[in-house]
Design a protein around this ligand. Sequence first.
Ligand code: AMP
Length: 426
Amino acid sequence: MSTLKAVRGTRDLLPPETALWNHIEATARRVFARYNFGEIRTPIFEDTQLFARGVGEETDIVSKEMYTWEDRARAQSEKAQSLTLRPENTAGVVRAYIEHKLGETGMLQKLYYIGPQFRRERPQKGRYRQFYQIGAEVIGPHSAGSESPLRDAEVLEMLATLLDELGITGWTLALNSVGSASDRPRYIAALREALKDKVAQMCGDCQRRAETNPLRVLDCKVPEDQPIIDTLPQIADFLDDASRAHFTAVCEALAACGVKYEINPRLVRGLDYYTRTTFEFTHDGLGAQNALLGGGRYDGLSEMLGGPKAPGIGFAMGEDRLVLTLAALSAREAELADYFIAPLGESLNAPALELARALRQAGLRIEVGDGSFRLKKSFETGNKLARKIILLGEDEQQSGILTVKDFASGEQSKIARAELVKPSKE
Ligand code: AMP
Protein backbone atom coordinates (compact mmCIF):
# COMPACT_ATOMS: atom_id res chain seq x y z
CA MET A 1 0.00 0.00 0.00
CA SER A 2 1.38 3.45 -0.81
CA THR A 3 1.94 5.75 2.12
CA LEU A 4 -0.29 8.79 2.48
CA LYS A 5 1.18 12.26 2.60
CA ALA A 6 -0.07 15.73 3.50
CA VAL A 7 -1.98 17.16 0.54
CA ARG A 8 0.01 19.38 -1.88
CA GLY A 9 0.25 22.93 -0.55
CA THR A 10 -0.44 21.86 3.04
CA ARG A 11 2.14 20.84 5.63
CA ASP A 12 2.65 19.72 9.20
CA LEU A 13 4.15 22.14 11.67
CA LEU A 14 6.39 20.31 14.10
CA PRO A 15 8.49 21.18 17.13
CA PRO A 16 10.83 22.96 17.50
CA GLU A 17 9.38 25.26 14.80
CA THR A 18 5.98 25.39 16.51
CA ALA A 19 7.68 27.23 19.40
CA LEU A 20 8.37 30.07 16.96
CA TRP A 21 4.73 30.08 15.83
CA ASN A 22 3.61 30.28 19.45
CA HIS A 23 6.07 33.08 20.13
CA ILE A 24 4.74 35.08 17.15
CA GLU A 25 1.13 34.57 18.24
CA ALA A 26 1.90 35.49 21.87
CA THR A 27 3.71 38.67 20.75
CA ALA A 28 0.78 39.62 18.48
CA ARG A 29 -1.75 39.06 21.28
CA ARG A 30 0.36 41.15 23.67
CA VAL A 31 0.70 44.06 21.22
CA PHE A 32 -2.99 43.93 20.18
CA ALA A 33 -4.03 44.02 23.86
CA ARG A 34 -2.09 47.26 24.33
CA TYR A 35 -4.19 48.83 21.57
CA ASN A 36 -7.34 47.42 23.19
CA PHE A 37 -8.23 44.81 20.56
CA GLY A 38 -10.23 41.72 21.52
CA GLU A 39 -10.12 38.32 19.82
CA ILE A 40 -12.81 37.07 17.44
CA ARG A 41 -13.02 33.49 16.13
CA THR A 42 -15.26 32.95 13.14
CA PRO A 43 -16.07 29.60 11.47
CA ILE A 44 -13.56 28.11 9.06
CA PHE A 45 -16.29 27.58 6.45
CA GLU A 46 -19.01 29.96 5.43
CA ASP A 47 -21.77 30.34 2.87
CA THR A 48 -20.05 30.77 -0.54
CA GLN A 49 -22.13 33.89 -1.13
CA LEU A 50 -20.25 35.68 1.65
CA PHE A 51 -17.02 35.60 -0.35
CA ALA A 52 -18.66 36.08 -3.74
CA ARG A 53 -20.27 39.28 -2.46
CA GLY A 54 -17.67 40.36 0.08
CA VAL A 55 -14.41 39.63 -1.72
CA GLY A 56 -15.70 40.04 -5.29
CA GLU A 57 -16.61 37.58 -8.07
CA GLU A 58 -13.90 38.97 -10.34
CA THR A 59 -11.02 38.59 -7.92
CA ASP A 60 -8.53 35.77 -8.44
CA ILE A 61 -9.46 34.45 -5.01
CA VAL A 62 -13.13 33.95 -5.81
CA SER A 63 -12.81 33.11 -9.50
CA LYS A 64 -10.06 30.50 -9.21
CA GLU A 65 -8.82 29.79 -5.71
CA MET A 66 -11.67 28.85 -3.42
CA TYR A 67 -12.34 25.40 -1.98
CA THR A 68 -16.07 25.19 -2.52
CA TRP A 69 -18.46 22.28 -2.29
CA GLU A 70 -22.17 21.60 -2.28
CA ASP A 71 -23.23 20.49 1.16
CA ARG A 72 -25.71 17.66 1.37
CA ALA A 73 -29.31 18.84 1.60
CA ARG A 74 -30.84 18.00 4.98
CA ALA A 75 -34.26 17.28 3.56
CA GLN A 76 -35.47 16.48 0.08
CA SER A 77 -37.31 19.78 -0.11
CA GLU A 78 -34.14 21.68 0.72
CA LYS A 79 -31.56 22.86 -1.80
CA ALA A 80 -27.97 21.89 -1.17
CA GLN A 81 -26.05 24.85 0.25
CA SER A 82 -22.79 25.94 -1.36
CA LEU A 83 -20.08 26.21 1.29
CA THR A 84 -16.50 27.50 1.08
CA LEU A 85 -13.39 27.18 3.23
CA ARG A 86 -12.58 30.76 4.11
CA PRO A 87 -9.92 32.24 1.81
CA GLU A 88 -9.60 35.30 4.10
CA ASN A 89 -11.16 36.47 7.33
CA THR A 90 -12.37 40.05 6.85
CA ALA A 91 -15.64 39.02 5.20
CA GLY A 92 -16.34 36.62 8.10
CA VAL A 93 -15.61 39.30 10.70
CA VAL A 94 -17.91 41.79 8.98
CA ARG A 95 -20.61 39.14 8.67
CA ALA A 96 -20.31 38.53 12.44
CA TYR A 97 -20.40 42.30 13.06
CA ILE A 98 -23.69 42.49 11.18
CA GLU A 99 -25.17 39.26 12.58
CA HIS A 100 -24.50 40.22 16.20
CA LYS A 101 -25.50 43.86 15.65
CA LEU A 102 -22.19 45.01 17.08
CA GLY A 103 -22.75 48.44 15.53
CA GLU A 104 -25.63 49.06 17.90
CA THR A 105 -23.18 49.51 20.75
CA GLY A 106 -22.25 52.79 19.06
CA MET A 107 -18.61 51.97 19.79
CA LEU A 108 -15.71 51.06 17.55
CA GLN A 109 -15.18 47.32 17.35
CA LYS A 110 -11.49 46.40 17.47
CA LEU A 111 -11.19 42.73 16.69
CA TYR A 112 -8.25 40.48 15.91
CA TYR A 113 -8.09 36.91 14.65
CA ILE A 114 -5.47 34.22 14.24
CA GLY A 115 -6.17 31.17 12.13
CA PRO A 116 -5.92 29.14 8.93
CA GLN A 117 -7.13 30.34 5.53
CA PHE A 118 -7.43 28.32 2.33
CA ARG A 119 -6.64 29.23 -1.27
CA ARG A 120 -5.99 26.95 -4.20
CA GLU A 121 -2.84 28.79 -5.32
CA ARG A 122 0.22 27.28 -6.96
CA PRO A 123 2.33 26.17 -3.99
CA GLN A 124 5.85 27.60 -3.67
CA LYS A 125 8.10 28.99 -0.96
CA GLY A 126 5.94 31.29 1.18
CA ARG A 127 2.74 30.27 -0.62
CA TYR A 128 0.60 27.43 0.66
CA ARG A 129 -2.94 26.21 0.14
CA GLN A 130 -3.57 26.15 3.87
CA PHE A 131 -1.81 29.15 5.38
CA TYR A 132 -2.21 31.14 8.55
CA GLN A 133 -3.14 34.75 9.00
CA ILE A 134 -2.99 37.09 11.95
CA GLY A 135 -5.28 39.98 11.25
CA ALA A 136 -7.28 42.74 12.83
CA GLU A 137 -10.22 44.97 11.96
CA VAL A 138 -11.39 48.32 13.31
CA ILE A 139 -15.02 48.79 12.33
CA GLY A 140 -18.00 50.75 13.60
CA PRO A 141 -20.53 53.47 12.94
CA HIS A 142 -19.33 56.76 11.52
CA SER A 143 -20.22 58.48 14.84
CA ALA A 144 -17.61 56.31 16.61
CA GLY A 145 -14.86 57.80 14.46
CA SER A 146 -14.50 54.73 12.23
CA GLU A 147 -13.88 56.85 9.14
CA SER A 148 -11.14 58.95 10.70
CA PRO A 149 -7.66 58.86 9.11
CA LEU A 150 -6.40 58.52 12.67
CA ARG A 151 -7.70 54.93 12.68
CA ASP A 152 -5.63 54.12 9.57
CA ALA A 153 -2.51 55.67 11.04
CA GLU A 154 -3.01 53.94 14.39
CA VAL A 155 -3.35 50.53 12.72
CA LEU A 156 -0.19 51.15 10.68
CA GLU A 157 1.73 52.37 13.72
CA MET A 158 0.59 49.24 15.61
CA LEU A 159 1.90 47.06 12.77
CA ALA A 160 5.28 48.82 12.80
CA THR A 161 5.43 48.22 16.57
CA LEU A 162 4.49 44.56 16.19
CA LEU A 163 7.14 43.92 13.54
CA ASP A 164 9.72 45.71 15.69
CA GLU A 165 8.78 43.64 18.74
CA LEU A 166 9.03 40.46 16.72
CA GLY A 167 12.58 41.55 15.82
CA ILE A 168 11.74 41.82 12.11
CA THR A 169 14.09 44.47 10.79
CA GLY A 170 14.34 45.73 7.23
CA TRP A 171 10.65 45.87 6.29
CA THR A 172 9.16 48.42 3.88
CA LEU A 173 5.68 49.93 4.14
CA ALA A 174 4.06 50.81 0.80
CA LEU A 175 1.00 53.04 0.97
CA ASN A 176 -1.63 54.24 -1.48
CA SER A 177 -5.18 55.48 -1.70
CA VAL A 178 -7.62 53.79 -4.06
CA GLY A 179 -10.20 56.52 -3.48
CA SER A 180 -13.79 56.36 -2.38
CA ALA A 181 -16.66 54.49 -3.99
CA SER A 182 -17.34 57.58 -6.10
CA ASP A 183 -13.71 58.20 -7.14
CA ARG A 184 -13.19 54.68 -8.39
CA PRO A 185 -15.75 54.56 -11.21
CA ARG A 186 -14.16 57.72 -12.71
CA TYR A 187 -10.73 56.20 -12.46
CA ILE A 188 -11.84 52.85 -13.84
CA ALA A 189 -13.47 54.60 -16.81
CA ALA A 190 -10.18 56.43 -17.52
CA LEU A 191 -8.26 53.19 -17.14
CA ARG A 192 -10.57 51.38 -19.57
CA GLU A 193 -10.16 54.19 -22.06
CA ALA A 194 -6.35 54.15 -21.76
CA LEU A 195 -6.25 50.35 -22.02
CA LYS A 196 -8.31 50.25 -25.22
CA ASP A 197 -5.34 50.81 -27.53
CA LYS A 198 -2.76 49.04 -25.40
CA VAL A 199 -4.32 45.90 -24.07
CA ALA A 200 -3.77 43.85 -27.22
CA GLN A 201 -0.01 44.02 -26.53
CA MET A 202 -0.44 42.81 -22.93
CA CYS A 203 -0.54 39.33 -21.35
CA GLY A 204 -3.63 37.13 -21.48
CA ASP A 205 -4.49 37.80 -17.84
CA CYS A 206 -4.41 41.56 -18.44
CA GLN A 207 -6.63 41.18 -21.50
CA ARG A 208 -9.19 39.39 -19.34
CA ARG A 209 -8.81 41.83 -16.44
CA ALA A 210 -9.15 44.84 -18.73
CA GLU A 211 -12.66 43.56 -19.45
CA THR A 212 -13.71 42.30 -16.05
CA ASN A 213 -11.75 44.31 -13.48
CA PRO A 214 -9.29 46.84 -14.98
CA LEU A 215 -7.84 47.81 -11.57
CA ARG A 216 -6.27 44.39 -11.39
CA VAL A 217 -4.12 45.21 -14.45
CA LEU A 218 -1.99 47.36 -12.13
CA ASP A 219 -1.09 44.22 -10.15
CA CYS A 220 0.35 42.43 -13.19
CA LYS A 221 3.87 41.13 -12.61
CA VAL A 222 4.72 40.17 -16.22
CA PRO A 223 7.94 42.11 -17.05
CA GLU A 224 6.95 42.95 -20.66
CA ASP A 225 3.73 44.60 -19.45
CA GLN A 226 5.45 46.95 -16.99
CA PRO A 227 6.38 49.77 -19.43
CA ILE A 228 2.77 49.83 -20.64
CA ILE A 229 1.38 49.90 -17.10
CA ASP A 230 3.70 52.79 -16.26
CA THR A 231 1.94 54.90 -18.89
CA LEU A 232 -1.57 54.25 -17.51
CA PRO A 233 -3.42 56.95 -15.54
CA GLN A 234 -2.78 56.96 -11.78
CA ILE A 235 -5.54 56.82 -9.17
CA ALA A 236 -3.93 59.71 -7.25
CA ASP A 237 -5.09 62.06 -10.00
CA PHE A 238 -8.71 60.96 -9.58
CA LEU A 239 -9.15 61.37 -5.82
CA ASP A 240 -11.80 63.84 -4.73
CA ASP A 241 -10.92 66.46 -2.10
CA ALA A 242 -12.17 64.36 0.80
CA SER A 243 -10.15 61.27 -0.22
CA ARG A 244 -7.07 63.39 -0.83
CA ALA A 245 -7.41 65.08 2.57
CA HIS A 246 -7.87 61.66 4.20
CA PHE A 247 -4.70 60.33 2.60
CA THR A 248 -2.69 63.42 3.54
CA ALA A 249 -3.87 63.12 7.14
CA VAL A 250 -2.79 59.44 7.30
CA CYS A 251 0.65 60.35 5.93
CA GLU A 252 1.05 63.24 8.37
CA ALA A 253 0.10 61.11 11.39
CA LEU A 254 2.59 58.44 10.33
CA ALA A 255 5.33 61.02 9.94
CA ALA A 256 4.49 62.40 13.40
CA CYS A 257 4.97 58.89 14.87
CA GLY A 258 8.19 58.31 12.93
CA VAL A 259 6.75 55.40 10.89
CA LYS A 260 8.53 55.34 7.52
CA TYR A 261 6.50 54.65 4.38
CA GLU A 262 6.74 54.88 0.61
CA ILE A 263 3.83 55.89 -1.59
CA ASN A 264 3.20 53.33 -4.32
CA PRO A 265 0.60 54.65 -6.80
CA ARG A 266 0.10 51.15 -8.25
CA LEU A 267 -0.82 49.45 -4.98
CA VAL A 268 -4.46 48.45 -5.47
CA ARG A 269 -4.41 45.01 -3.80
CA GLY A 270 -6.27 41.89 -4.71
CA LEU A 271 -9.66 42.31 -3.08
CA ASP A 272 -12.56 44.38 -4.35
CA TYR A 273 -13.73 45.83 -1.08
CA TYR A 274 -10.92 48.31 -0.49
CA THR A 275 -11.58 52.05 -0.43
CA ARG A 276 -9.17 54.88 0.29
CA THR A 277 -6.08 53.68 2.20
CA THR A 278 -4.39 50.49 1.00
CA PHE A 279 -1.04 49.25 2.26
CA GLU A 280 1.44 46.43 2.16
CA PHE A 281 4.49 45.60 4.27
CA THR A 282 7.18 43.73 2.35
CA HIS A 283 10.47 42.12 3.28
CA ASP A 284 13.29 41.47 0.82
CA GLY A 285 14.39 38.31 2.62
CA LEU A 286 11.24 36.53 1.39
CA GLY A 287 12.13 36.33 -2.30
CA ALA A 288 9.32 36.29 -4.87
CA GLN A 289 6.49 36.13 -2.31
CA ASN A 290 7.76 39.18 -0.45
CA ALA A 291 4.50 40.50 1.06
CA LEU A 292 4.47 40.10 4.82
CA LEU A 293 1.04 41.60 5.20
CA GLY A 294 -1.53 43.69 3.44
CA GLY A 295 -4.65 45.60 4.23
CA GLY A 296 -6.71 48.69 3.80
CA ARG A 297 -9.94 50.51 4.40
CA TYR A 298 -13.29 49.01 3.38
CA ASP A 299 -15.91 51.65 4.01
CA GLY A 300 -18.64 49.98 1.94
CA LEU A 301 -18.14 46.31 2.81
CA SER A 302 -20.81 46.05 5.49
CA GLU A 303 -23.44 47.43 3.09
CA MET A 304 -22.24 45.04 0.36
CA LEU A 305 -23.08 42.24 2.78
CA GLY A 306 -26.51 43.67 3.58
CA GLY A 307 -25.49 45.37 6.83
CA PRO A 308 -25.60 48.94 8.11
CA LYS A 309 -23.04 51.56 7.10
CA ALA A 310 -19.94 50.57 9.02
CA PRO A 311 -16.64 51.96 7.74
CA GLY A 312 -13.59 50.00 8.73
CA ILE A 313 -9.92 49.28 8.22
CA GLY A 314 -7.95 46.10 8.69
CA PHE A 315 -5.01 43.96 7.68
CA ALA A 316 -3.92 40.35 7.43
CA MET A 317 -0.36 39.22 8.01
CA GLY A 318 0.91 35.94 6.63
CA GLU A 319 2.08 34.05 9.71
CA ASP A 320 3.93 31.51 7.54
CA ARG A 321 5.93 34.40 6.08
CA LEU A 322 6.67 35.90 9.51
CA VAL A 323 8.14 32.53 10.48
CA LEU A 324 10.24 32.38 7.29
CA THR A 325 11.50 35.93 7.81
CA LEU A 326 12.43 35.34 11.44
CA ALA A 327 14.22 32.10 10.54
CA ALA A 328 16.18 33.88 7.77
CA LEU A 329 17.06 36.77 10.08
CA SER A 330 18.28 34.47 12.81
CA ALA A 331 20.35 32.46 10.29
CA ARG A 332 21.93 35.73 9.17
CA GLU A 333 22.44 36.78 12.78
CA ALA A 334 24.34 33.52 13.40
CA GLU A 335 26.70 34.40 10.54
CA LEU A 336 27.50 37.90 11.77
CA ALA A 337 30.78 38.83 13.46
CA ASP A 338 30.62 40.52 16.85
CA TYR A 339 32.52 43.64 15.74
CA PHE A 340 33.67 45.30 12.56
CA ILE A 341 36.69 47.51 13.25
CA ALA A 342 36.82 50.64 11.09
CA PRO A 343 40.24 52.32 11.10
CA LEU A 344 39.68 56.02 10.35
CA GLY A 345 42.67 56.59 8.07
CA GLU A 346 45.44 54.39 6.77
CA SER A 347 47.75 55.27 9.66
CA LEU A 348 45.28 53.40 11.87
CA ASN A 349 45.42 50.12 9.92
CA ALA A 350 48.16 48.64 12.08
CA PRO A 351 46.50 49.67 15.38
CA ALA A 352 43.22 48.20 14.02
CA LEU A 353 44.88 44.87 13.37
CA GLU A 354 46.43 44.93 16.82
CA LEU A 355 43.02 45.66 18.38
CA ALA A 356 41.47 42.84 16.31
CA ARG A 357 44.13 40.45 17.59
CA ALA A 358 43.38 41.38 21.22
CA LEU A 359 39.61 41.02 20.70
CA ARG A 360 39.99 37.67 18.89
CA GLN A 361 42.18 36.42 21.71
CA ALA A 362 39.32 37.38 24.03
CA GLY A 363 37.11 34.97 22.04
CA LEU A 364 35.25 37.51 19.88
CA ARG A 365 34.51 37.20 16.18
CA ILE A 366 36.08 40.17 14.41
CA GLU A 367 36.19 41.67 10.92
CA VAL A 368 38.58 44.51 10.09
CA GLY A 369 37.91 47.15 7.43
CA ASP A 370 40.55 49.35 5.90
CA GLY A 371 41.80 52.86 6.58
CA SER A 372 41.24 53.76 2.92
CA PHE A 373 37.45 53.30 3.30
CA ARG A 374 35.30 56.39 3.60
CA LEU A 375 33.17 56.40 6.75
CA LYS A 376 30.02 55.60 4.74
CA LYS A 377 31.65 52.56 3.17
CA SER A 378 32.88 51.36 6.57
CA PHE A 379 29.33 51.58 7.95
CA GLU A 380 27.83 49.79 4.93
CA THR A 381 30.40 47.01 4.99
CA GLY A 382 30.23 46.73 8.77
CA ASN A 383 26.44 46.46 8.65
CA LYS A 384 26.70 43.49 6.27
CA LEU A 385 29.31 41.66 8.28
CA ALA A 386 28.88 42.42 11.97
CA ARG A 387 26.47 43.30 14.73
CA LYS A 388 28.48 46.31 15.90
CA ILE A 389 31.11 48.66 14.52
CA ILE A 390 34.13 50.05 16.38
CA LEU A 391 35.40 53.38 15.09
CA LEU A 392 39.13 53.64 15.58
CA GLY A 393 40.42 57.19 15.05
CA GLU A 394 43.50 58.96 16.43
CA ASP A 395 41.57 60.08 19.52
CA GLU A 396 40.32 56.59 20.29
CA GLN A 397 43.76 55.15 19.78
CA GLN A 398 45.33 57.70 22.15
CA SER A 399 42.68 57.56 24.86
CA GLY A 400 41.82 53.86 24.71
CA ILE A 401 38.12 54.84 24.73
CA LEU A 402 36.44 53.34 21.68
CA THR A 403 33.30 54.51 19.89
CA VAL A 404 30.95 51.56 19.33
CA LYS A 405 27.69 51.55 17.39
CA ASP A 406 25.11 48.77 17.55
CA PHE A 407 23.55 48.32 14.07
CA ALA A 408 20.27 46.82 15.31
CA SER A 409 19.43 49.47 17.91
CA GLY A 410 21.33 52.37 16.32
CA GLU A 411 22.78 53.11 19.77
CA GLN A 412 26.25 54.62 19.93
CA SER A 413 28.40 54.43 23.06
CA LYS A 414 31.94 54.91 24.34
CA ILE A 415 33.58 51.80 25.76
CA ALA A 416 37.05 51.46 27.25
CA ARG A 417 39.25 49.14 25.24
CA ALA A 418 40.17 47.34 28.46
CA GLU A 419 36.46 46.50 28.94
CA LEU A 420 36.13 45.03 25.44
CA VAL A 421 39.19 42.83 25.46
CA LYS A 422 38.20 41.05 28.69
CA PRO A 423 38.09 37.34 27.85
CA SER A 424 34.54 36.11 27.14
CA LYS A 425 33.03 33.29 29.19
CA GLU A 426 33.30 30.58 26.49
P1 AMP B 1 -4.31 38.94 1.34
O1 AMP B 1 -5.39 38.33 2.19
O2 AMP B 1 -4.22 38.35 -0.04
O3 AMP B 1 -4.31 40.42 1.40
O4 AMP B 1 -2.93 38.48 2.00
C1 AMP B 1 -2.46 39.00 3.22
C2 AMP B 1 -1.18 38.30 3.57
O5 AMP B 1 -1.42 36.90 3.75
C3 AMP B 1 -0.13 38.33 2.48
O6 AMP B 1 0.63 39.51 2.57
C4 AMP B 1 0.70 37.11 2.78
O7 AMP B 1 1.64 37.40 3.80
C5 AMP B 1 -0.32 36.15 3.33
N1 AMP B 1 -0.75 35.18 2.29
C6 AMP B 1 -1.67 35.35 1.33
N2 AMP B 1 -1.80 34.23 0.59
C7 AMP B 1 -0.94 33.33 1.09
C8 AMP B 1 -0.60 31.98 0.77
N3 AMP B 1 -1.19 31.31 -0.22
N4 AMP B 1 0.37 31.37 1.51
C9 AMP B 1 0.99 32.03 2.53
N5 AMP B 1 0.70 33.29 2.87
C10 AMP B 1 -0.25 33.93 2.17
